[in-house]
Design a protein around this ligand. Structure first.
Ligand code: LLP
Length: 408
């Protein structure tokens, strides 16, 4: 099983109309490769059931390549940003500020001032100190800043503990009690017009979005009763993708479920992974085969600096050979060159030898965006495939790029 855009023809894998073997031989590996068709299909699955007044804000942290942000903007998506850098990027591609929301547990004063100066749709307040700071900025700038309150609804997302954000003891959001206290206070530098939450990522149970909506709705009614002009409820992101390609977690059904409960209130969604995750793959070359002790290793030229998810969350990304060169497929650990034993993509039955190419699936989200220069490795190129057209949407870094900011 593989992503929808990948097909096998005469034992060679194709992404849309492009032979992965040809492209792997032509361009230096490793590289990321994205299917535009899959990105568009994922966007459509979010847009099918939403109403004109609702907004899907692509969560930029999943993948912030400007070409990808442009595709999102062209399809009418808004953006969920969590840093000044992400805000800069979406403004750079011409995003409508009234479709940008800003969440994040530790925003600095310069970041908040930047967002305020750009008049974005909503800054989601996550703590009492942030509320005071924003109110102060509003007063200093003689503005009434549009904000939302991000609450911590104490919902268990039943995901990996590192990416659950909605339980009472997580650092994210404000407790409902704190939020209610805010509703009673008066702050003339801000206007509270949204109630939001994001309970975590890789959520496989879409019932949780209904539970969350009910909590947010109850709180929004409380805020309205206290005179706050609540004009949207934001249920965050988090819908899972299936890294094993067995099940589908449907954005159509999830959005419908929430919107059916919504009544008149506009709903915001903040998906990241489910918009871009399955559209991206990482292509890598086998540098050699090695047996140490009882283990067989395929040592490849992509490492944990290119895809940290297996090392960080024990995530399992499916891997296969781009062209099956031999019949027998033995079990190998596919490992990268980084000087850490954690630099392993896991154990797979793969028929491959030196100089063969492998493809690692489902890396569109939190692949490149979490890549680093660890071991002074160069971050890899990114390509976008549209039918038979190949566009380089980010160049590979050079050695010069590695040192250009050092002062010595
Ligand atoms: N909104 C907020 C406020 C978030 O913090 C996140 C993700 C999202 C939306 C988008 O969630 P998504 O739809 O992508 O699940 N690096 C981890 C995932 C971290 C997610 C952080 N927040 C991973 O590779 O699994």
């Amino acid at each position: 099983m593989r992503p929808n855009s990948i097909k096998s023809l005469d034992n060679i894998l194709y992404l849309e109309d492009v032979s992965l073997l040809d492209i792997a031989k032509k361009y230096p590996t490793p590289f990321y490769i994205y299917s535009k068709e899959m990105i568009l299909a994922a966007i459509d699955s979010y847009l099918t059931n939403i109403r004109k007044k609702d907004l899907v804000c692509y969560s930029v942290k999943a993948n912030s390549n400007l070409a990808i942000l442009k595709i999102m903007a062209e399809k009418g998506m808004g953006f969920d940003v969590v840093s000044g850098g992400e805000l800069f990027k979406v403004l750079k591609i011409g995003a409508d500020p009234q479709k940008i929301i800003y969440s994040g547990v530790g925003k600095t004063k310069p970041e908040l001032e930047y967002a305020v100066d750009k008049d974005i749709k909503s800054i989601n307040i996550e703590s009492l100190f942030e509320l005071e700071l924003l109110n102060q900025i509003g007063n200093e700038k003689n503005k009434v800043i549009n904000t939302g309150i991000r609450i911590n609804p104490d919902i268990d997302a039943k995901s990996h503990p590192y990416i659950e954000t909605g339980k009472a003891d997580c650092k994210f959001g404000l407790s409902v009690d704190d939020a209610k206290r805010i509703a009673d206070a008066s702050h003339d530098g801000i206007s509270i017009s949204g109630i939001s939450a994001h309970i975590g990522s890789q959520i496989t149970d879409d019932e949780l979005f209904g539970t969350l909506f009910n909590d947010l709705k109850a709180l929004s009614e409380f805020f309205i009763s206290k005179g706050h002009p609540i004009n949207h409820i934001d249920v965050g992101g988090g819908l899972a993708i299936d890294y094993d390609f067995q099940e589908s977690f449907s954005p159509e059904l999830m959005t419908k479920k929430v919107i059916d409960m919504a009544g008149d209130i506009p709903i915001f969604f903040e998906p990241g992974r489910s918009l871009i995750g399955q559209a991206g793959s990482l292509v890598t070359e086998v540098l050699g085969v090695k047996i140490n002790g009882t283990n067989r290793f395929l040592i490849v030229d992509a490492g944990m600096n290119d895809l940290i998810r297996p090392a960080l969350y024990q995530a399992n990304h499916k891997i296969e050979a781009i062209s099956a060169s031999s019949e027998s497929s033995e079990k190998h650990y596919v490992v990268g060159p980084v000087c850490e034993t954690a630099d392993s993509f896991g154990e797979f039955s793969i028929a491959a030898q030196e100089h063969d190419h492998l493809v690692i699936y489902s890396v569109g989200a939190y692949g490149y965006s979490m890549a680093s220069n660890y071991n002074s490795r160069l971050r890899a190129a990114e390509y976008l495939i549209d039918g038979s057209k190949i566009s380089e949407i980010r160049k590979a870094e050079s050695y010069e790029d590695l040192i250009k900011l050092d002062q010595y």
